[in-house]
Design a protein around this ligand. Structure first.
Ligand SMILES: [Zn+2]
Length: 681
């Protein structure tokens, strides 16, 4: 598909006006504008890939004019970049570096930082020197999908000549940094009339006297390649074999368990991101998929996110047991270790091995599976994986996919600048753990979500009220998952866990929290109302817990179930029988389950809370109950031994404490500010 040119004169003019009046302000506004235009199209740049720059003039503290290079800073994404993401670096000291024969990456980063105009700016891109050495005012560098296909062909130069004639020149593959910058500048200087560079096995550079000219060339060049590639694409539609839904679910759960349990694993657990598009399934069905799985990645910096190779699983692997899947993962791990040892030896510098576990799994018939420490990481992996399979498929159809080879991949994966970051961040307590919270839109549900989110968990909020779920999400975080369903429906457990498995590959903690109070005296208690209360306050908990336990067993991940009980389970309040009866049954269920689930490593605990301001105990009810006791609202809420109101976050913190208590099961924790009548014995 062709790329649109999204330049708009009006928007350009408005941005300039808003930016200020100096030449520097205008240049930077133009630079931000077209960087965003490029960055918003995933097939032009993907996840922090690509970078842009402009050369301009500003004045220093003495009022002297200084030439600067404003270049993308690390940590910024082109799609959302602002002026602060394009730090200004003194140009002259950068240009002097070209005289050097050698420059280490560390020295390069240091010189770039030392010449920032604002010392609090982010690090300028590792491709800064390439931008500096090319003489043009505006420069755009992309890793677009069509250019990656071209860059990885067996003879990219011949194809480039066919498409562009003398307009572009090719730079042989060199790792990004000083050497690449020098080589690219040399290639440019030998044919200064060119409009751009094809970086073999890497990407595209183009430039212009102004932002528009450079941007127009990005689009025009990329479309030329796209048109050329289209003639080679096979248009066949294949019937792809896929497993039964239930087999697929169980496979994902076992696979996630296997990744956690493979031998020697000391890393945090993982979550999946599963891509099942037609393109992905058709790609995995190709005859040459096994060859492509060993081919490498389409642009070297992808190796940092997705590793050099995916783990390829065949259709028959889907039926395999967890232990058999562990063997397949261990075979991958052992191949990875050999790759590390082979390449580390030839690199001559001591290196620390990164996690040998696969980051990307190609599961035939199922899809592309990103394996991340968080849902966000997993989805970045599958975004890159999708771009990679497009490049591989197009490349294979147009002559071949020949990316950088092992040692070059290794040099990028084990780049000293990357190695320096290893081991600096410790995973959060719940990182990689998927937590399903029912009654998620309520006050307590939301508080639980917030507390678990802070320690790195992936959150799924389940509630029957869609509007309230959306409102909860806007309060907590856009990164939580919402599932709108009534937990009393017989199909609820299957639907919830099916959905969660598709999204994350499984889950680890069920917080069964949904409930509602029914008030009536014993004498007038209607059996129908009591049965309804049992449906929500006991049977829904029971069904979800039973289904969750079966999944925990299947995935072999140490799971947990936490119930929100109530002090009503042990300390009856007048006219609350219809609520207390199912809750006391639930209280018993915790003990029964703890007894029967412990051997499978599944812990079952609960929280007894009282007098929490929530949907269940709303302002009106607080007023009524306070009045009945002849006290004001605040004294009613603080009517406990500590004389302090108990809030939803206190309850949520108790859930987290139980979730982290690795040797506790069958326990119910009271959170009521102290009440001797309700204390457990
Ligand atoms: Zn690049």
């Amino acid at each position: 598909m062709l790329f649109l040119n999204n330049w708009c004169d009006d928007e350009w003019a408005q941005r300039r006006l808003a930016a200020g009046t100096s030449e520097f302000d205008h240049d930077l506004a133009d630079r931000v504008y077209t960087s965003q235009l490029i960055g918003r199209v995933p097939d032009l740049v993907m996840h922090g890939g690509g970078n842009t720059s402009c050369k301009t003039v500003t004045s220093n503290l003495f009022g002297e004019q200084v030439d600067v290079l404003c270049v993308k800073g690390s940590g910024w994404d082109l799609g959302t970049i602002e002026a602060a993401g394009l730090p200004a670096v003194n140009l002259e000291p950068l240009l002097r570096l070209r005289q050097l024969l050698k420059l280490s990456d560390e020295d390069m980063v240091n010189v770039q930082r030392a010449n920032l105009l604002d010392s609090s700016s982010p690090n300028p891109s590792v491709e800064t020197l390439l931008h500096a050495f090319l003489p043009h005012k505006f420069i755009d560098h992309t890793h677009s999908t069509p250019f990656l296909v071209l860059a990885n062909l067996p003879d990219p130069e011949a194809a480039m000549r066919e498409i562009f004639g003398e307009k572009l020149a090719i730079v042989p593959y060199v790792k990004p940094g000083f050497d690449l910058a020098k080589l690219a500048a040399k290639v440019h200087d030998e044919s200064p009339q060119i409009e751009g560079l094809l970086l073999a096995k890497h990407g595209h550079f183009t430039w212009g006297d102004n932002a528009k000219q450079s941007y127009d060339r990005v689009i025009e060049h990329t479309n030329r390649v796209e048109v050329w590639l289209d003639q080679y694409r096979s248009q066949t539609t294949l019937q792809v074999q896929t497993p039964q839904l239930l087999d697929e679910q169980h496979f994902l759960q076992r696979l996630r368990g296997a990744l956690e349990d493979c031998s020697g694993n000391t890393e945090a657990p993982v979550v999946f991101n599963l891509i099942q598009t037609e393109d992905a399934l058709r790609f995995l069905d190709r005859d040459d998929v096994a060859t492509l799985a060993k081919a490498g990645v389409s642009t070297p910096d992808h190796v940092i996110r997705i590793k050099p190779y995916p783990l390829l699983l065949e259709l028959e692997d889907i039926k395999k047991s967890k232990n058999e899947l562990i063997k397949l993962i261990e075979a991958y791990v052992s191949d990875y270790r050999s790759y590390f040892e082979r390449c580390a030896k030839s690199s001559g510098i001591p290196k620390k091995m990164l996690s040998p576990r696969p980051k990307l799994i190609w599961a035939k018939g199922v899809g592309l599976i990103g394996v991340g420490g968080s849902a966000k990481e997993a989805s970045v992996i599958t975004d890159l994986a999708q771009q990679n399979i497009k490049v591989m498929a197009d490349g294979a159809d147009a002559g071949g996919f020949c990316p950088v080879q092992e040692q070059d991949l290794f040099d990028l994966e084990y780049w000293s600048l990357e190695q320096a970051k290893i081991g600096k961040s410790k995973p959060l307590a719940m990182q990689g753990r998927v937590v399903v919270i029912t009654g998620g839109a309520g006050v307590i549900g939301q508080a639980i979500a917030s507390v678990f989110l802070k320690v790195g968990a992936e959150i799924v909020l389940v509630d029957k009220n869609t509007d309230q779920l959306v409102a909860a999400q806007s309060k907590i975080s856009p990164n939580i998952t919402l599932l709108s369903i009534d937990v009393t429906l017989p199909e609820a457990p299957n639907r919830i866990f099916e959905d969660v498995t598709k999204r994350f590959g499984g889950f680890d903690i069920l917080i069964s929290n949904a409930g509602a109070a029914v008030q009536s005296s014993f004498e007038e208690l209607d059996q129908k109302a009591l049965r309804e209360s049992f449906e929500l306050n006991f049977f829904a908990h029971f069904s979800l817990a039973q289904a969750a336990f079966k999944i925990f067993k299947a995935q072999g991940v140490v799971g947990q179930i936490l119930f929100n009980v109530s002090k009503q389970a042990v300390n009856p309040g007048k006219n609350f029988g219809a609520y207390g009866l199912p809750k006391s049954t639930l209280f018993f269920l915790i003990r029964q389950m703890a007894l029967e689930c412990g051997a499978d490593g599944v812990r079952v605990n609960g929280v007894n809370a009282d007098r929490i301001r929530s949907g269940l105990l709303n302002d009106k009810m607080i007023k009524e109950r306070a009045k009945a006791r002849g006290v004001d609202d605040a004294s009613y809420l603080a009517g406990n031994l500590l004389k302090k109101e108990v809030e939803a976050h206190h309850v949520a913190e108790a859930f987290l404490a139980l979730a982290l208590s690795q040797r506790t099961t069958g326990h119910v924790m009271t959170v009521d500010g102290g009440n001797i009548e309700a204390s457990l014995r």
